[in-house]
Design a protein around this ligand. Sequence first.
Ligand code: AMP
Ligand code: MN
Ligand code: MN
Length: 347
Amino acid sequence: MAEEYGTTSCTENTAGETAGIIYRETDVIPDRIHFIDNRVKDASSILILGHVRPDGDAVGSTLGLYNYLKDNYPDKKLTICLGNYSADFKMLSCEDQVLHELPKNASFDMAIACDTSSRDRLGDFADAYFQAPRRICVDHHVTNPGYAQESVVEAEASSASEVLYTLLDPERISLRTAECLYLGIVHDTGVFKHSTTHKSTMEIAGILLEKGVSSSQIIDGTFYHKTYNQNQILGQALINATLELDGKVIVSLLSREEMDRYHATSVDLDGIIDQLRVTEGCEIAVLINESMYGDCKVSMRSSSTANVSAVASQFGGGGHVKAAGCTVHGKAEEVKKKLLPVIATAL
Ligand code: AMP
Ligand code: MN
Ligand code: MN
């Protein structure tokens, strides 16, 4: 049953649970730049989380929030937990504070999730999140059902890092917070080139630069930087790629054996899908890589109006109209066979 909370709605999500308050693009958030300050006021212990297999935006937004709270509320007990991510992100301030497991018997007054579209995407940290009496989410995924008590979900925004910036007091954003947010924006926009890069994105990036962020250090050091093995597996993925559906779709498969040959984990595959996406004539690019658990991680990108989020949703995943993913059981070839007919309907 839909219930109105001011300008925002409280709806029922697909799991049948009542969703919390969701502020979307069209909603006015009162005292927006103090959104986070007003929420954390009464919390003494705060858990900060991002999504599984954290990308630049997940790491940038969560560490950006961590640094903002640490700078402005030194007495609060902050805990940040994330899965494994690229070693390139070690340049960010307080990266050494990130835990990969929850501390034993920990409990929190408040939990804040960034860049995380669903409960599932919190992975092993989901229970700790839902045990916190106050739960907030800062996100930009169109598929976010509003699993938190209060969510800001702006699907047009470039990144969760951009959404988070607008919820913070700009005067109290330090250089180290600025670096995290800038990194998140750079990664989710593919260095300011995806269609989600708006005037506001560039304006915010400009303000962050004014705080002293070194754009070349972040862009070259974390986005374009590749290890030898990462370049090798990129080459393998490009060789494996085939054109499907009259050349409108490019699909590359990476087998478990190939992943092992290059000592690659999913973190090492960042950027491959972007290279596939720019293939002439292709509207959708797909990368399917076999995990260690008998399933495949699927990444999809659209360079037309095709909605890959709708395709991913049919396989239990989600994301954005032009960038989405899902995990599908089976070997890569089988997964490709399951996906292609659904992709065909999206063209
Ligand atoms: P990726 O291809 O992993 O870079 O993901 C592209 C976008 O889809 C990101 O915004 C992810 O958060 C989202 N995404 C990827 N995998 C999933 C999944 N299994 N469930 C929901 N969203 C996903
Ligand atoms: Mn992300
Ligand atoms: Mn994101």
